[in-house]
Write a protein that binds this ligand. Structure first.
Ligand code: DSN
Length: 440
């Protein structure tokens, strides 16, 4: 029986939707019974509303995603997979998980998917567990050139259990140098070649990476967490046909709930499923899986492609204005939703990523300090900031707003200690965002 016939059977013959609940609004119960946490949530909601969010990995979820994530499915234990659970009463959460699987497969054209990872880092850890033995060699991008903690950072479990070796970017182009990867793969003979990044503004060349993996006899994995929404809509090269395994988060450009997802070739399906459960995790978060399903459905709509295109157009507008205002983008621009700005170009010793992040925060423009390739400063200081367009694009901001945002950022980055300027910009930001409501 397929998922949809199971669903219509569960709903009854007339297909009528049951009432959600006749209980009082849970937000009001929270307000009355735990005002401290209620206040923290409400203040955070106001912060998200009254500022401009440029953290490249953040977004505003769809309201229906929020509803599913805050639903009674959080009450249910369902260790195992649909139809093979270690608990009774799983018939309805099975429907949700099967729908999530079907939609993720349709959205990304994957042979097999696992929707249970709690996060991108846990998805990656499960893949390593499935495909590698402890101490096997993995070739991945350096963290300080744009890679990710779960790609072999020495304090992360990946760096603890596996022998990661890292490639950096080409110092002149500040882009991936496929000849360097090929040489390193020949030299180190990795079991796995891992690509993907959290601060890399350029496309990846999957056919060349596949060639390198085949020449070396290793597996190829892409962590597409940042660009999954662009991939889903065909606006970024698609890793799925070329890679043995692709991991992602379900938030970021994808605009769904916080969570992880694994896509793989059928040959690895059993090993991946076993590594997620019982390997890395116990009970899956069924409310989050339902919310993932809701997000995948919305990502298949035509309006989602238009939204992703606007993310890209806004990134181009931001890149152009920042360049005109004297801020240098690493690699000279962007192919995706993010920009990495090199503050060393401002040639003033004291202008660091840490200082500019704080100054922009005071002006209600939120971004994060970020190391740039070959950064002389440490990760808590940095010489760069990372800017992303997805969240503000969700609010409906377009090129004219991003040109204004770019002018604000440049004026503050050139004068990061001018607190009067920060206050002026903060007032202007507050005035501007009134016309762009947040979704929830
Ligand atoms: N921490 C996320 C980011 O900001 O890119 C990646 O997991």
């Amino acid at each position: 029986m397929n998922t949809l016939s199971t669903l219509s059977q569960a709903l009854g013959s007339d297909g009528a939707l049951p009432a959600w609940s006749d209980q009082p609004d849970p937000r009001q119960i929270l307000r009355e019974n735990d005002p401290d946490i209620y206040k923290a949530i409400e203040l955070e909601r106001q912060r998200q509303t009254n500022g401009i969010e440029l953290i490249a990995s953040e977004n505003y979820v769809f309201p229906e995603v929020l509803a599913a994530a805050g639903s009674v499915l959080t009450n249910k234990y369902a260790e195992g997979y649909p139809g093979r659970r270690y608990y009774g009463g799983c018939q309805y959460v099975d429907i949700a998980e099967k729908i999530a699987i079907d939609r993720a497969q349709a959205l990304f054209g994957a042979e097999h998917v696992n929707v249970q990872p709690h996060s991108g880092a846990q998805a990656n850890a499960a893949v390593y567990m499935a495909l590698l033995k402890p101490r096997d060699t993995v070739l991945a991008m350096k963290l300080d050139h744009g890679g990710h903690l779960s790609h072999g950072f020495h304090l992360n479990s990946s760096g603890h259990y596996y022998n990661f070796t890292h490639y950096g970017l080409n110092p002149e182009t500040e882009r991936i140098d496929y000849d360097i990867i090929r040489q390193m793969a020949e030299e180190h003979q990795p079991q796995l070649l891992l690509v993907g990044a959290s601060a890399y503004p350029r496309h990846f060349d999957y056919p060349t990476l596949r060639e390198i993996a085949d020449e070396t006899g290793c597996l190829l994995m892409m962590d597409m967490a940042h660009v999954a929404g662009l991939v889903a809509t065909g606006l970024h090269p698609d890793p799925v046909p070329y890679c043995d395994v692709v991991t992602t988060t379900t938030h970021k450009t994808l605009r769904g709930t916080r969570g992880g997802l694994i896509l793989c070739k059928e040959a690895y399906a059993k090993a991946i499923d076993r590594a997620v459960f019982p390997g890395m995790q116990g009970g899956p978060l069924m409310h989050v899986i339902a919310a993932k399903a809701v997000g995948f459905k919305l990502a298949m709509e035509a309006s989602f492609k238009a939204y992703q295109q606007q993310i890209l157009d806004n990134a181009q507008a931001l890149s152009a204005i920042l360049q005109r205002e004297g801020l240098r983008s690493v690699s000279g621009g962007t192919d995706n939703h993010l920009l990495l700005i090199d503050l060393n170009n401002l040639a003033r010793e004291e202008i660091t990523g840490k200082l500019v992040e704080l100054s922009l925060d005071n002006a209600a423009i939120h971004c994060n300090k970020n190391m740039i390739p070959f950064d002389p400063r440490k990760a808590m200081v940095t010489s760069g900031i990372r800017l992303g367009t997805p969240a503000a694009t969700t609010r409906g901001m377009k090129e004219p707003q991003f040109e204004q945002i770019g002018r604000w950022i440049a004026s503050i980055a050139h004068n990061p200690k001018d607190t009067a300027l920060q206050e002026t910009v903060r007032d202007e930001v507050l005035a501007m965002v009134q016309a762009f409501p947040t979704p929830a």
